[in-house]
Design a binder for this molecule. Structure first.
Ligand SMILES: C[S@@+](CC[C@H](N)C(=O)[O-])C[C@H]1O[C@@H](n2cnc3c(N)ncnc32)[C@H](O)[C@@H]1O
Length: 266
């Protein structure tokens, strides 16, 4: 996948893509990055890239022409998707990532100041994406958030092929809690099944625990999955847990919720 960034602050993008996973993905030719600085066309053709907002609002807006001139510098075919990172866009989540992961070329436009001229969005943007219902000062961080979450879905970027499949949201639920050594910290012991070496049991524990932690932390995610879950089994599993494990996993008091789902009160 090729990613072209359009920004007034290339150094923000450059510094992030030069480290860790994204840098390795470039070296392995799994991802190709290029950065276009809007200021480059500004110095040649215009005095500045931004101007005051019609109607008297505060702040400055990035102008149509510098954005279009920069976009025209990006070599792209008809399959390339132009995305404007915007608080008004479609909320970024795993299903949007899954929709985008097979694209071959994304052009990510970062706004600044009060944003960009609406006419640029109307004429040149295929999709607006938001990383949440709050406002940041620029689209650079949102672009990088998008690229990093996408990169995790691209075959070969992560060390273990299945690592992303087990992540939270991959199957619509949260991942089960995880532990590393030592097995006992101040009396808080790793649940016995995880040290049993019985992989079938461990997988079952992780699947059922994933339902329970989702029910506790993000009950809103249960809705779309509710009919796929065997609530009778979940109830038996929940009742079989030791009290200290429930406390450690912070999943006390789920009896009523499980009972409700088991009885089909969705
Ligand atoms: C200060 S914001 C402009 C917000 C705009 N005036 C509005 O209220 O919709 C400047 C730039 O930051 C980026 N941005 C801010 N918050 C964002 C978010 N939640 N998701 C994606 N991009 C965001 C956009 O590129 C935007 O053009």
């Amino acid at each position: 996948m090729k990613i072209s960034f359009i920004t007034l602050f290339p150094e923000i993008i450059q510094s992030y893509i030069s480290t860790g996973l994204l840098s390795r993905a470039q070296t392995q030719s799994l991802l190709e990055f290029e950065i276009f600085n809007i200021r480059d066309v500004v110095t040649k053709n215009y005095k500045s890239a931004d101007d005051t907002v019609y109607g008297g609002s505060d702040g400055m807006l990035i102008q149509y022409d510098p954005l279009v001139q920069t976009l025209n510098k990006v070599k792209r075919d008809e399959k390339a998707k132009v995305i404007y990172l915007s608080p008004q866009g479609r909320n970024l989540n795993q299903s949007l990532i899954n929709e985008l992961k097979n694209e071959t070329h994304l052009v990510l436009v970062s706004g600044r100041y009060a944003g960009v001229d609406q006419r640029f969005i109307k004429e040149h943007v295929d999709l607006e994406i938001s990383i949440g219902d709050y406002v940041l000062s620029g689209g650079e961080l949102p672009s990088l958030v998008l690229v990093e979450s996408l990169s995790r879905q691209i075959s070969g970027v992560l060390g273990h092929e299945d690592a992303a499949d087990n992540d939270s949201f991959a199957q619509g639920l949260l991942e089960a809690p995880q532990f590393t050594k030592p097995s006992d910290i101040n009396g808080m012991k790793v649940p016995a099944v995880l040290t049993s070496g019985d992989h079938k049991k461990i997988d079952l524990w992780k699947n059922q625990m994933s339902v329970l932690v989702t029910l506790k932390k993000r009950p809103d995610l249960i809705g779309p999955k509710v009919k796929e879950i065997n609530w009778k089994q979940i109830e038996v599993f929940y009742k079989s847990l030791f009290a200290e494990d429930k406390t450690l996993l912070q999943i006390n008091d789920l009896d009523l919720q499980i009972e409700r789902y088991k009885n089909g009160n969705l």
